[in-house]
Each structure stands twice: as C-alpha cells, then as structure tokens.
Design a protein around this ligand. Sequence first.
Ligand code: GLY
Length: 335
Amino acid sequence: MRLISLLVGVVVPFALLSCRSAGGGTKLDGWALAIHGGAGTLSKNTPPAKRQEYEEALTVALAYGRERLARGDSALDVCEAVVRILEDDPHFNAGKGAVYNEKGEHELDASIMDGATLRCGAVTGVRTVKNPISLARLVMEKTRHVLLMGDGAEQFADSQTVERVPNTWFDTEHRKRALDEVLKERASGGAMAAPRSVQHGYGTVGCVARDNAGNLAAATSTGGMTGKRWGRIGDTPLIGAGNYADGWAAVSCTGTGEQFMRHVVGRTVTARMEFGGQTLEQSARAIVADTLQKDDGGLIAVDRDGNLTAQWNSEGMYHGLADASGRFTVGIFAK
Ligand code: GLY
C-alpha cells in the first residue's frame, strides 16, 4: 500500500495537484535558506500596509540568515538564530506573540535538528523560556534525550543560561482578541469550534538551511493553536512530524499539528526522496496537495543540492527563500 502511494506520488501529473507553492529548484553548490512565519495568515483582502508589515518582518529574518550563511556559518547555528528573530517578533505565533491556550496562558513548543548527524532536541509545554528554540538546542547538546516536557523542561532551563520571562510577557492584544473570538464561537457551537479551523487557529515559525559545507538543518517553534486544551502537544516538537533534517533534506512544517503528526510529514518528505526516488519538489508537493487536506497548512524545505521549496494548501503562508545565486524573495500568497 505504501509502495503504491509512493508510486502514485511520482506519476500524478502536477496539474492535478491542488496546492500553492514558491521556489522550485535549481541545483547549486552554495548555501540555501528558507523561512516561514506560519500558514495561518492574513486574508488576501488585508490592506497592503498591513501585508507590508509582515513582509518586512520576514525580510529582516531572511536577510540575517543570508548574511550568516554567506559568511560560512553552519546551517544549525543559522536556523537557531533566525528562529530566535522570528520568536521575538510579535507578528508571528512563537515566542512573543504566541497564541493563548483555552486557559488564557501560553505553552510553547520547539525543536531543532542537524541533518548531518541526526542529532536533535525539542521542548514542549514550556511557559517561561523566552526563546524555546535555544532550549531545544541545549536539550540536543547537553542531555542524552531528545524531548523534554513542561516542568522537566523548565527545570532543565534553570540549569542553563537561557533568558526567562513571566508567562504574561508573551501576551499580545491581537492574540487575546483571537482567543476571545474562538471561545465565544466555541460557546455558541460555531464554525470556529471546529478543530481544523484555520482562521486565527494556527501559525508557527521555522527555518531550514543548507550551509556552504553541504550540511542541512531545520528549526521550528510555535505557540500551538489558539484555544488549544492545556497540555496539548502539536507537531512542532515531534521530530519527524513538524520538523526534520537528514542527509536528504531539511523540512519545517506549519499548520494543523494533528494532521502533520498523523502523516509524519517531515520525515515523509525525505523518505519519498530516499525510497521513492522523488525530487524535493515532487515529494513536498505530493504531500501537501494529496496527503494533507485543504487548509491543513504547509512546509518549507531544502535538499542536499540546495534546492528550495515552499508549499501550502491554505490561503497563504508567510515565507521567504534565499540562496547563494542571489535569490531573495519573501511572500504570503501565491503569485
Ligand atoms: N503546527 C503547530 C501546532 O499545531 O502546534
């Protein structure tokens, strides 16, 4: 069955696939970088000035990553640093600006992975760590574990030099309004009560990179879904689901985490390449268009040759792509 689905992925004409994309690859030897700021975006009708705000925020993060990779920094270091920038930016659902759970609090998830060694680290349900991605990196480097949760992760943070903040530090007005809307709709049994509801529902930030030495890395961080049950864990901290890197490709996902968990999306992108002979573009596109359902979200990915892709099946996805050939684009919607 699995073989059939892989073969179907290879032969289905792209014209039949229903997803939006940016990128598409040219092979190159140098560095390559992709970022995302989540698939739960503004609507296309949003005034241009508001859209521009988000594009500028993406540009800052992408330009920083470009500079670091161009001067020879490692993919792992760059992914962590770029995700920190996105975590600190209240426009995006990670770190400052993270969504609220149903209790009106923030529980943050993050993970990071080094494609060359398969070393990885993750945290889930952290409440006082300003930059969860850096704690995830410390789990990778300073423990023999992959994933630490809640109180255990916070206690580990106590022993490390990571900046701590009260949970209210993550508060923002726009996320509070989104929670109020979700809770109101939920109380009246409206559309926003649906677990797969995209509007206000989700967002994540992520970065994937190939460095000049050819190593790949992926980093992803999120506040999860607005109004989520407390204790809910999504795909972001689960290695292989929302975040993955190996010798084939590095992948960072955004969207309804439960769907990305069911389909183990991160690793499936690279497995289709490894066992099915697909290109990065074919693999990512087939998963987003065929395996996932409309409005589930999207992903960014880079392969070992420096090919980049961004695919989504929601209305938009905040994204940016850059590489050593001079490419530098940010966007929200398909052109
Ligand atoms: N994709 C982020 C989440 O579902 O938590």
